[in-house]
Write a protein that binds this ligand. Structure first.
Ligand SMILES: Cc1cc2nc3c(=O)[nH]c(=O)nc-3n(C[C@H](O)[C@H](O)[C@H](O)COP(=O)(O)O)c2cc1C
Length: 209
């Protein structure tokens, strides 16, 4: 395999030194060890508006609101894998991240299939699995294989840095990164040796018919 693998990492938290960042740093240590390039982007402090369903992206191929989301699109297209990290806010991914992801996935037309997705969530106490499911849905609607680990990928901590004490959560994050790299490598080999799976023709039906 000639080309270096690349991973785009999105952190929904506003806290650069928060607990989600701590889990992502564990993943980054593995990416570094295995020679995978990565870029880590903190989204939570940015003013990212939600999708307004204007449909302009179907003609433009990008979001009509020309902000960080359009910058992320180019980075996502160039990546072999996408990691999404989110703090749990009221049992959900945080709002800024959700706004960014909905616009990113909806407004882009490039082929996301077989880019590997991985998500990791952080809560003081509860709401992790609902948030984990929420994030994984962006991958599974896009034919993106989802990397898994030894548990559902969560880490626990309230105040910034508290998750340092969650040795199990940190190990889950490192294992997630190892499994993700293996999947990306396997897909790259499969692409060379077997070719990509044939795409089924699109059908677009609503349940009212
Ligand atoms: C608006 C808001 C809502 C929150 N909701 C939850 C929650 O539903 N469950 C929980 O366990 N912690 C909740 N928390 C705590 C955060 O998940 C926790 O502080 C976490 O460490 C934040 O991650 P970060 O350091 O990466 O930002 C909430 C925090 C905020 C600011």
């Amino acid at each position: 395999m000639e080309k270096k693998l690349r991973v785009l990492i999105l952190n929904g938290s506003p806290r650069a030194k928060g607990n989600t960042a701590l889990a992502l740093k564990e993943m980054e240590s593995v990416f570094g060890e295995l020679g995978v390039e990565y870029e880590d982007i903190l989204l939570g402090k940015l003013a990212i508006r939600g999708c307004m369903a204007c449909g302009a992206c179907s003609k433009l191929g990008r979001c009509v609101h020309d902000d960080i989301v359009n910058e992320l699109a180019a980075k996502f297209e160039a990546a072999d894998g996408l990691v999404i990290g989110s703090p749990v806010y009221y049992g959900s991914a945080n709002g800024t991240l959700v706004s960014a992801l909905q616009r990113l996935f909806y407004s882009t037309r490039f082929d996301k299939s077989l880019k590997v997705g991985a998500s990791v969530v952080c809560a003081r106490r509860s709401g992790c699995t609902a948030t984990f499911d929420e994030l994984n849905k962006f991958f599974t609607i896009s034919s993106m294989p989802v990397a898994s680990s030894r548990y559902w990928n969560n880490i626990h901590g309230g105040a910034p840095g508290e998750a340092e004490a969650d040795a199990e959560g940190r190990a889950v994050a490192r294992q997630l990164a190892r499994n993700m790299v293996f999947l990306m490598q396997s897909i790259a080999l499969g692409r060379e040796n077997l070719g990509l799976p044939k795409e089924e023709p699109r059908a677009w039906t609503n349940f009212i018919r």
